[in-house]
Ligand binder design. Sequence first.
Ligand SMILES: Cc1cc2nc3c(=O)[nH]c(=O)nc-3n(C[C@H](O)[C@H](O)[C@H](O)COP(=O)(O)O)c2cc1C
Length: 196
Amino acid sequence: MTSHIDILEGIIENRRTVKPSEFSGEKIDDALIEKILSSANWAPTHGYTEPWRFTVFAEDGLASLGDFYSKLDQPNPDAEDFNEMRFNKLRNRALCCSHVIGIGMKRGNNPKVPEIEELASVAMAVQNIWLSAHAYGLSGYWSTGSLAFRDEMRDFFGLEEGDKSLGLFYLGKSASPHPKGRRISPIEEKTRWIKS
Ligand SMILES: Cc1cc2nc3c(=O)[nH]c(=O)nc-3n(C[C@H](O)[C@H](O)[C@H](O)COP(=O)(O)O)c2cc1C
């Protein structure tokens, strides 16, 4: 019988970044997205500030996101250096997905909880989303790049000053073979033990 730890290790080790260009276009039920998001809500959080805020883009919302995102990147189509290929790539990326989740951080007012802890907590919530999606046979990708942290993204997510956008999580069903993972160096090279 497969033990809990084998299952957990398998999910952690086999979770991969899969980009929207690999997605089949198949749609996922909103109910499943809600289940995945409920895993995010179990992320640890100092002082129960629970700073993760998600904006789910689906259906026509995907086109709205693509439109906003491409225009944020290149607002002026008449500019001399306007790159139409890049513009279309950014606009269409969301359309390959089933859902896109805007990742936000709500800055709490507990003076004992510095911003770095809120950011760490949101990252743990995203990991829960990613692992849960993988366990359901879905694929995902956390995208940041030059636009992710812009105030306009935060505003687009309906967040306020002091809050932060941390990028987009693209979700879909992959049409490609599951990619093999790789790490540059083993954990032993990133760990120091002190026993005396
Ligand atoms: C906070 C964060 C931001 C990321 N942003 C990008 C990105 O903008 N572009 C990209 O290609 N990958 C991005 N990634 C995905 C990484 O490239 C990916 O996790 C890494 O290559 C390891 O692959 P794996 O997720 O399949 O193990 C991001 C990952 C994290 C955690």
